[in-house]
Write a protein that binds this ligand. Sequence first.
Ligand SMILES: [Cu+2]
Length: 130
Amino acid sequence: MKLQGTIYAALLLALCAAGFLPLATPTPLPAGPIKWVIPAAANVPPYADGTAVVGDTVTYTWSRFHGVVLSTSPDCTARTLFQQVPGGADSASGAANITFSAPGTFYVICPVGTHCAQGQIQKWTVSPAA
Ligand SMILES: [Cu+2]
């Protein structure tokens, strides 16, 4: 039994080393646009934290009244910290591209009403470009 466990562990390590299984599992940028909704109202899970590299672009699209702003704070009410995003103005439908221009921790927030407080917020950890 112990030998079997050792063999499995060695096999797992070999697969990781070969690149078949990542040792750490960074969240890849989504292949397509991120559907921008109030998760609870849309019956979808809360937004998972994302990781990106400086220069990466993520796209948010929406078909109800929402908007997109980029903040350095998760505080839904500290609107003064928000940075406007081109295309992110509040509208009945829209799409906004966010290109991360600096490393750090950022929050994509919907500034409409209490949407952010209801979970329409996504955290991004941005690393320097390699
Ligand atoms: Cu919203």
